[in-house]
Design a protein around this ligand. Sequence first.
Ligand SMILES: NC(=O)c1ccc[n+]([C@@H]2O[C@H](COP(=O)([O-])OP(=O)(O)OC[C@H]3O[C@@H](n4cnc5c(N)ncnc54)[C@H](OP(=O)(O)O)[C@@H]3O)[C@@H](O)[C@H]2O)c1
Length: 283
Amino acid sequence: MIGVTGATGNLGRLVITSLKEKGATEKIVAIARSPEKGADLGVEVRRGDYDEPASLVQALQGVETLLLISGSEVGKRTPQHRNVINAAVEAGVSHLVYTSLLGAEHSTLSLADEHRETEQLIKDSGMTYTLLRNGWYTENYLALVDGALAGGALLGAAGDGQIASATRADFAEAASVVLLEDTHKGKVYELAGDESYTLTEFAAELSKQVGKEIPYKDMSEAEYISVLVSVGLPEGLAQVIAGGDVGASKGELFDDSKQLSSLIGRPTTSLSEAMRAALAESA
Ligand SMILES: NC(=O)c1ccc[n+]([C@@H]2O[C@H](COP(=O)([O-])OP(=O)(O)OC[C@H]3O[C@@H](n4cnc5c(N)ncnc54)[C@H](OP(=O)(O)O)[C@@H]3O)[C@@H](O)[C@H]2O)c1
């Protein structure tokens, strides 16, 4: 049995779709804090909340391989992930796959500490493991497109940093490959898109696709945070987004190892393709 936590989230849903496409439907246990949200997944759904150890031990009964999708509550994740790892050991899970952060070992992003701590807990747990150090989702930047079109400029704080993002679907497919094949035990993968771009290049691609000049306007981290807060984002989220850009400016969202395309056996989805699909969807 293959367990997938965060199964009702964006990435989790795509992992389950990919596992089903590979013929593993009967082996999947989707784990969600609100199982009713997973009614449409078409696989067994069990309740497991990162904050409730007993629910996790129950949910993991019979699971041999577990994908722990990192939680979304920044600041609470180390104890939450510890709960999942301890429950996995108690329930007899033998192999744990974790969605970490690109370059987690040395990353200066504020998000990196929780990933480093989780990686250490996994290494200390005695289970075999695979670490999927995921780079930035292309969707993180595509989410800025509407605002850029409305405001006439793409705003950010990434300078000339190269961003080797990949779509969630590509990261999800890599996870499903690792969950289904036996050859990835003990491996640490740095996962990123085959191509990279600066935000100036992102804005140029957007301008080309919408037929209107949308320049990139680079600003300081503090300025960018205040713009994000002024349009209604919570301060914490604004700090994470702007912090990601500052990381990008230092090269922390860049990787050219092509381990993602190698895992999925095809080139990663290009920025232009992902942007075209996103624009078509929002039209
Ligand atoms: N690489 C990147 O660019 C990037 C960007 C954003 C996030 N991330 C990380 O990657 C993860 C997956 O991304 P995503 O886009 O799928 O995020 P997402 O859509 O927010 O999904 C997060 C999942 O975690 C579940 N979750 C949160 N707290 C939980 C708890 N206490 N107990 C059980 N489940 C809990 C959520 O459950 P519900 O469905 O009930 O909400 C959801 O299914 C995120 O959680 C975050 O750690 C990476």
